[in-house]
Ligand binder design. Sequence first.
Ligand SMILES: Nc1nc2c(c(=O)[nH]1)N[C@H]1C(S)=C(S)[C@@H](COP(=O)(O)OP(=O)(O)OC[C@H]3O[C@@H](n4cnc5c(=O)[nH]c(N)nc54)[C@H](O)[C@@H]3O)O[C@H]1N2
Ligand SMILES: Nc1nc2c(c(=O)[nH]1)N[C@H]1C(S)=C(S)[C@@H](COP(=O)(O)OP(=O)(O)OC[C@H]3O[C@@H](n4cnc5c(=O)[nH]c(N)nc54)[C@H](O)[C@@H]3O)O[C@H]1N2
Ligand code: SF4
Ligand SMILES: [Mo]
Length: 762
Amino acid sequence: MPNELTPERLKGLELREPYDYAAGISGVKVSLQHVNEYMNFGEGMHALLKLNQKDGFDCPGCAWPDPDGRRSPVAEYCENGAKAIAEEATKNRATPEWFAQHSIDELGDMTDFELGKSGRITQPMYLAPGATHYTPVSWDDAFGIIANELNGLDSPDEAIFYTSGRASNEAAFLYQLFVRQFGTNNLPDCSNMCHESTGTALSKVIGIGKGTTTLQDLHEADLIIMLGQNPGTNHPRQLSALKTCKDNGGRIISVNPLPETGLMRFVDPQDPINILKRGTKLTDLFLQVRINEDMSLVRAICKILWEKEKEAPGTVFDQEFIEQHTAGYEAWTNMLEATDLEQCISGCGIDRDQIEEAAGLIHGSEKIVLCYAMGLTQHENSVDVIKEMVNLLLLKGSIGKPGAGICPVRGHSNVQGDRTVGVWEKLKPELRDALRAHFNFEPPEKDGYDVVNSIKAMGEGRAKVFFGLGGNFLSATPDTVYTAKGLRQCKLTVHISTKPNRSHVVHGEQALILPCLGRTETDIRAQGEQFVSCENSMGVVQMSKGVLKPAGENLRSEVAIICGLASKTLGARSQVQWKDMSNDYDNVRDAIAACVPGFERYNERVREPAGFYLPNGPRNRRFGTEDGKAHFTVSPLSCHILEPGEYLMMTVRSHDQYNTTIYGMHDRYRGIHNERRIVMMNKADMAEAGLSTGDKVNLSSEYDGETRHARLFQVVPYSIPRGNIGTYFPEANTLVPITRTARGSNTPISKSVRVRITALTD
Ligand SMILES: Nc1nc2c(c(=O)[nH]1)N[C@H]1C(S)=C(S)[C@@H](COP(=O)(O)OP(=O)(O)OC[C@H]3O[C@@H](n4cnc5c(=O)[nH]c(N)nc54)[C@H](O)[C@@H]3O)O[C@H]1N2
Ligand SMILES: Nc1nc2c(c(=O)[nH]1)N[C@H]1C(S)=C(S)[C@@H](COP(=O)(O)OP(=O)(O)OC[C@H]3O[C@@H](n4cnc5c(=O)[nH]c(N)nc54)[C@H](O)[C@@H]3O)O[C@H]1N2
Ligand code: SF4
Ligand SMILES: [Mo]
C-alpha cells in the first residue's frame, strides 16, 4: 500500500562536490532551462522582463525587496524568481480530463514533484462524498456548496480559514473581513509556522513585530551578521546586497550549522568583471553553530564584550543609547556577570578563538545589521533567541540609525502584508473598532485558532470546515499523520489554488478546488484591468500587475472568488458592497486606507513608481513599547538533553523547491542530486553508528509517549556539527510533533526535532 502522505520511493541518489560559490552563469542557465522547459518561451521572456519592474508584477518567489531607485532594465530577478514564474506560468494544465484520468488514490501515489508538474488547474473541481474522482463544477454551485456547509455549522468557530503568504493585500483584507463577518477569528496563516516568533519577540522588546532595516542599511553596514538563513537558495538577491556591503568595506559573519554555499562566495551574473574575478567572498567569519545553540554563542560574545566594557567603560557599549532608549540594562548585565563563559562556549560548539574574533568584529563596528530566518524561528525557545539577538544590537546602539538594525528575512512574497491588513487569529482592538465603524457589524472578540490549534481542533472534531486561501496545509504543517486525520474528519475541505497539491488529495467528506489567477496574469474585471499590491520584507508596499494571458478562461482572481463566496454565504447579513469591491480594487484599497494605519491615500501612493514605506517607529528610535524604550531581556540558555542514539534534526529547503512545491530534484549547491529522502549527517557520527554513504534508514521521533515515523531515507555525509542531522521539508514533517511548539508563538519546532535513526537491512 503506497503512503499517500509522502510516497516512500527512492529515485537514485547522486552525490557531487558542493559548490564553492552561488549564482554566476550556472544560475542564469538554470533559470532559462526552467522557463524553456515549462513555458512557452516568448511568454517566458515577456514575463521575466516585467518581473520586479516598477510597471510589472511582484515576484511570487520570496519577500526580498526591490531597489528603491534604479532597476536593471533586463533582469531584476534571480534563479528562484525565474523558477517561480516558470512554475506558475507553466504550459501544462491539470484539466477536468486530467482529473478524470486520475483517481484520488492515484493522485496520492504521486510525489509532490509529479503532482505539481501536472500544471495549472483550469476549472473549479468537486469531490462528492464517497467519490473516487474530482469532477468539474460551476462557480455558482461551488459557492452554494460552501455557503451551505458554513451556514449549517453549529457555530462559526467550527470553520477554519487558512492563508498562505502569497495572497495580495486586497485579497487578504477582504478575506479577513468576510471571515469576521461570518463570525470567527479562526484565521491561521503560514506566518504561524514561519516568522511568528519574530512578531512575538520584536513587538515585546522594540514595539513593532517587523524588522527595522531598509535595503540601504544593508549596503551601509559595517558588519552584517547572518544567522539561520540560506540566502543563496531562499533569498538570492540578498546576495547582491551582501556584495554591496562588502564592496563598501563591510564585513560579514555567518552563523549556521551548514557551510551554505550562498553565504560563502557570490558571483554576480550581471557583472562581467565580477565573473572574471570569480566573484566576491562574502563571509569573513563562519561560525558552525550547533542547532539551536545561537543563544549560547551570542551570550558568550556579550559576556566577552561586557568584560571589556568593565575594563574601559563606555568604549565598547553605546552607553548614551542605552541610557536614553533602553530598559532592563541592569538586570541584563547582572545576568552577564553570573554567566559562565565556558558553559556557553561548549554549548555552541565553536572554538573560543573564533568567538573572540566575532566579539572583536562586533566591538570594532558602529553599524551592525543582524539578518535571520527560519534557523532562529522554529525552535521551542525561538522567542527568547530572537530577544537575545536584540540584546546584542542594543548594547551597540545598532538600531534606529542608518546602516544598522534587525532584519528578519521574510519568506512568502506577501506574508508580511497579509498580517498588516488583518489576517491573524488575534484581532487587534484598533482593527476591530475600525471594522465595526466602517462596515457596521460586531467583529468577534475571542482569539481564533492559529495553525497548530486548527490542527488540534480538526483532530478533536471541534472544527468541521477547512478553507485554504492558497498554500498546502497538509504538507506544510507538522505531524502529517495527525494533520491528515483532522482534515479527513472535516465535512468539507476547500482550497483556492493554482496547481494540484497534496492537500487536495487528503480531503474531507466533500472537497472543492477553486482555481485562481496567479501574479503573472492579467486581471480584467468589470471596471477594467486591475492590479494588486504587496508589502515586502522591509515594509514597502508596491503594486503588482500581471502581464500574461490567464491559464484558462474560467479562472477567477482571489479577490473575485472571496467576494463571490462572501455574498453567497452572508447574503443580507453583510452590508459590504462585495460586487463593487470585486469590480474595482480601488474600492478595496479605500477600505484598507480607512481601517489600517499607515495606508492613508493608499490608491494614490501605491501608484507611485516604487510604492511607499509603511511607518516604522524603531527606525527613528521611537519604540512602540509601553514605556517607549527598547528592552534588554534575560532568558535561560537552550537545553537539549539527547539520549544515546538520538540526534537533533533540522528540516531545511533544498535549492530546487518552493516550500512544498518541488521544482526539481537537484540541491545543486549542496551537491545532493536526484533524491530528497536524505539525511545529512556528520561523518564521525556515521562511523559511530556503523552507517555508510547511501545506506537506507528509517527515522523516528518520540515525544510524550508517542512515536512518529518517516521511512526510507538515505544517509549523506555532510559538514554538520556532531549530534545534528538535516533533512528536507516536507518529507520529514511526519516527525515534527504537534505537541511541542515555540513558547509564546506556538510555532512548530521544525528545526529542532529529537530523532533516532534505524538502519534498514535489505
Ligand atoms: N527557493 C526558495 N525560496 C524560498 C523558499 C523556498 O522554499 N524556496 N521559501 C520561502 C519561505 S516561506 C521562507 S520562510 C524562507 C526560508 O528561508 P530560510 O530560513 O533560509 O530557509 P531554510 O531552508 O528553512 O533554512 C534555514 C537555514 O537555517 C539553518 N539552521 C537550521 N537550524 C539552525 C539553528 O539552530 N541555528 C542557525 N544559526 N541556523 C540554523 C539551516 O542550515 C539553513 O541554512 O525562504 C523563502 N524563499
Ligand atoms: N518541517 C518544516 N515545515 C515547514 C517549514 C520548515 O522549514 N520545515 N517552513 C514553514 C514555512 S516558513 C512556511 S511559510 C510554510 C508554507 O506553507 P504554505 O504557504 O501553506 O505552502 P506552500 O508550499 O508555499 O503553498 C504552495 C501551494 O500554494 C498554491 N499557490 C501557489 N501560488 C498561488 C497563488 O497565487 N494563489 C493561490 N491561491 N494559491 C497559490 C499552490 O497550489 C501550491 O501548491 O511551511 C512551513 N512548514
Ligand atoms: S530574491 Fe526573491 S523576490 Fe527577488 S527575484 Fe529572487 S525570488 Fe524573487
Ligand atoms: Mo515561510
